[in-house]
Design a protein around this ligand. Structure first.
Ligand SMILES: Nc1nc2c(c(=O)[nH]1)N[C@H]1C(S)=C(S)[C@@H](COP(=O)(O)OP(=O)(O)OC[C@H]3O[C@@H](n4cnc5c(=O)[nH]c(N)nc54)[C@H](O)[C@@H]3O)O[C@H]1N2
Ligand SMILES: Nc1nc2c(c(=O)[nH]1)N[C@H]1C(S)=C(S)[C@@H](COP(=O)(O)OP(=O)(O)OC[C@H]3O[C@@H](n4cnc5c(=O)[nH]c(N)nc54)[C@H](O)[C@@H]3O)O[C@H]1N2
Ligand code: SF4
Ligand SMILES: [Mo]
Length: 706
């Protein structure tokens, strides 16, 4: 446990209430976390924190926190549990894992986790040590992996907006992204807001006039799922009007002539018919982005939750290259990678096991050799649990994922989980997913754990110490739980402690975790234009507009458009019954995915799940603000309260994701009532490279509930 600097027991640490990394002051009294405030010295959040971070004590001290390991007594989901000491529960779980491993092979044991937690890479390490290729996270193909992979393939590294340097961006194009709410992956709300306040011209591409769009100069209300067409048309404008950065393109890019020929048909007029954005606005946005340098192109999740995720992200990535906005002050910068990457023991996974990864032979950029972080394809994994095809997955150990809320088609997830011989869920609370497990283990929340947090995610310029400042009940850090199981199974490198791993990662900086705790954070200055010395870290040392690597893998070497599989253009026969385009999951400041519904001061602010509907559309259905509405897609129905406004396209309906009701009766806790994923589908077609399923840009209808 960290030592306080003074009698008042105030610790500096880093908030992980979301993917952000806000420096935080944790106030502890009598061993209890009583208050969280921003750390004014943090270069990231600069004296600001969001409401989720500030209310962290409500989670830490929540009366419903899981505080002891539980073992199922009655049948699955009966809600009858027995409290078991750690030693006993770990022995039992390790014993069962061992037996299944011996009977059916390590591939029959899967690991699951949620998004961006402190223990993220440790799950990957545990999977490799255990010898199973099958781990999942509900993001990945649906979140961040397309952006990371396309960045690496195009520029040889991941880019983030340079919000933290001395030079201000002159323009920011927010693409399917609402950082003023989501503070996602490197761009905290506070810095994006400040850049706009300081005069950067803002462009927002979003079917909703989001919090970010409201602060922008130009809003392009796009039809969900058609970002590929818009990006192609913007490339067309840049090349056709010759407003790209010729010097940069000549010197640093590969395949410009091929691209130039390729985009001839993708005119703004062509894109208007697909995206439903006026051609004149497409031209205007492209001109603003090209003429304001430096510019940040801040892309978000919405560009990858569709079945053309690779090509959508690639097309948008090319816009940065054409304008030369890469690794320059105030533009999009390539990461510094100042610490060693997490030792995930990837070489310990036998080759024959690598080949058995479910879905990897088809979705090669998700699970194959070229994948940034190979994982299993969720639909294939769920099928293997249910049917035994191509082999039976018998056990699942989850570390922080409320699968029944966050994976598409929760009924399928439920049925697959019911078929398991062993389900272990580690979480903070009894969720609908934990309630159907055989063992439920109590996890430590971020003020209760030690880790290194390198930020922005993937780019790693700033290195911060996450400290353990309190101990709650018998809660344990996920890494500890995995290590304890690992030791019982005598897995490779199980003698190493978490401190060993952290010290190994920090070695290039010449400090240990103990020393990092003292310093709180280390923030080396950014080196711009690294490519001037080394070129880009791609096979050609240039930015690859045309990708030979993708071509060799059988994917399109230049970005192409593909209409969503269920949409007004693709399935017009459905429009009579389902006249609206559905999008799901736009973030809310109060909640992180399926979390915080049990936190009183946050739930008070947003007591009910909401469906956003345009005023004109609501009127047609006799719906008023606050009415309960039934939303139906070809797969099912849910209910949410109407949020009627002019801040959304009249032909689009947006539903929140992650809803369940901790206050309702278990084991379901209302997970079938307002769960966005009842409307979505985990069935093909998927993105050909990542296996992404469509979460944004499906069809639905709405009715006022009687
Ligand atoms: N329809 C639709 N579905 C979506 C999305 C969408 O936009 N639309 N978004 C998708 C995306 S991008 C993502 S990343 C996923 C997110 O999906 P998840 O990661 O599953 O979502 P969370 O609700 O953030 O976290 C799951 C659980 O982790 C627990 N938890 C929190 N901290 C810890 C910890 O330190 N240890 C442990 N063991 N547990 C912890 C929480 O209590 C919670 O029950 O959802 C996806 N699902
Ligand atoms: N407060 C809070 N913060 C979070 C999270 C949270 O749940 N709550 N979740 C975290 C996670 S897991 C992630 S991945 C990030 C995501 O954070 P962001 O990348 O900001 O993603 P969203 O808010 O889901 O969606 C961004 C915008 O996309 C719009 N949109 C919807 N469909 C489309 C479309 O087809 N095309 C375009 N161009 N726009 C569309 C939505 O209206 C929304 O305003 O946030 C992280 N941070
Ligand atoms: S933005 Fe994220 S990291 Fe910052 S205070 Fe909010 S929850 Fe914590
Ligand atoms: Mo995500």
């Amino acid at each position: 446990m960290a030592k306080p600097k003074d009698k008042n027991q105030v610790f500096k640490s880093v908030c992980r209430g979301c993917h952000g990394g806000c420096g935080a002051m944790l106030h502890v009294q009598d061993g209890k976390l009583v208050k969280v405030r921003p750390d004014p010295d943090s270069p990231m959040n600069q004296g600001w924190m969001c409401i989720k971070g500030l209310t962290a004590p409500e989670i830490v001290n929540h009366p419903d926190r899981l505080k002891q390991p539980l073992k199922r007594k009655g049948k699955r989901g009966s809600g009858e549990w027995e409290k078991v000491p750690w030693d006993e529960v770990l022995d039992e779980i390790a014993g069962k894992v061992d037996a299944i491993r011996k009977e059916s092979g390590a591939e029959s044991i899967a690991l699951g986790q949620g998004t961006g937690r402190h223990h993220y890479m440790h799950v990957v390490r545990f999977a490799n040590a255990l010898g199973t290729p099958n781990w999942y996270e509900p993001g990945l193909a649906q979140c961040f992996i397309p952006r990371i992979t396309a960045s690496f393939m195009t520029y040889g590294g991941f880019v983030v907006g340079d919000y933290y340097g001395d030079v201000q961006p002159k323009c920011i194009m927010f693409w399917g992204h609402n950082p003023l709410v989501s503070s996602a992956d490197g761009e905290l709300a506070i810095v994006a807001r400040r850049a706009l306040n300081k005069g950067a011209v803002g462009i927002a591409i979003d079917p909703r006039r989001s919090e970010t769009a409201k602060k922008c100069d130009l809003w392009l209300p796009i039809r969900p799922g058609t970002d590929d067409a818009l990006a192609l048309a913007m490339i067309h404008v840049l090349i056709n009007e010759e407003i790209y950065d010729k010097e940069f393109v000549n010197k640093w890019t590969l395949g410009f002539e091929e691209l130039k020929k390729h985009i001839i048909p993708y005119t703004p007029e062509w894109a208007e018919k697909i995206t439903w954005i006026p051609a004149s606005d497409i031209v205007k946005a492209a001109r603003i982005y090209a003429s304001h340098k430096p510019a940040i192109l801040d892309w978000g999740l919405a560009i990858e939750q569709n079945c053309n995720s690779l090509q959508t992200v690639r097309a948008i990535a090319i816009l940065r290259a054409l304008t030369g906005n890469i690794d320059i002050p105030g533009g999009d910068i390539l990461g510094m990678h100042v610490i060693r990457s997490y030792p995930t023991l990837k070489n310990r996974l036998p080759v024959e096991m690598f080949k058995k990864r479910l879905g990897a032979d088809t979705y090669k950029l998700l699970g194959g050799w070229r994948s940034y972080m190979p994982s299993a394809h969720i639909p294939a994994l769920l099928k293997a649990m249910k049917t035994g095809d191509p082999y039976k997955v018998r056990a699942l150990l989850i570390f922080g994922n409320n699968a029944l809320t966050t994976i598409a088609n929760p009924r399928e997830t439920y049925e697959s989980f019911q078929n398991l011989d062993l389900l272990v869920v580690t979480d903070l609370f009894m969720t609908p997913t934990a309630a159907i497990a055989d063992y439920v283990l109590p996890a430590a929340y971020w003020p209760e754990v030690e880790q290194i947090i390198a930020f922005p995610l993937v780019a790693q310029n700033l290195v911060m110490a996450q400290k353990k400042v309190v101990q709650v009940g018998e809660c344990r850090q996920d890494e500890w739980i995995m290590d304890e199981i690992g030791r019982r199974l005598d897995l490779p490198e199980s003698e190493k402690t978490l401190r060993d791993i952290m010290d190994y990662q920090l070695a290039p900086m010449g400090i240990t975790y103990e020393e990092l705790q003292e310093k709180n954070f280390v923030y080396p200055p950014h080196k711009y234009k690294k490519y001037d010395q080394e070129g880009f870290k791609t096979p050609s040392r240039k930015i690859e507009l045309y990708s030979k690597t993708l071509q060799k893998m059988g994917y399109d070497s230049l970005p192409a458009y593909r209409e969503p599989s269920e949409s007004p253009l693709q399935t017009p026969e459905l429009l009579n019954e389902f006249p609206y385009v559905l999008t799901t999951g736009s973030r809310r400041i109060e909640f992180f995915n399926s979390e915080q519904r049990q936190v009183p001061s946050l739930r008070r602010l947003r007591p009910d799940p909401q469906v956003e509907i345009h005023v004109e559309t609501a009127k047609k259905h006799g719906i008023e603000n606050g009415d309960w509405v039934k939303i139906t897609s070809p797969r099912g129905s849910i209910r949410m309260k109407a949020l009627v406004s002019e801040d959304i396209r009249p032909d689009v309906v947006n539903v929140e994701h992650g809803w369940w009701f901790p206050e309702e009766k278990g084991p379901d806790y209302g997970v079938w009532e307002s769960n966005a994923n009842i409307l979505t589908s985990s069935a093909p077609p998927y993105d050909p490279a990542f296996g992404t399923y469509q979460l944004r840009g499906l069809l639905c209808k709405i009715e006022k509930e009687e």
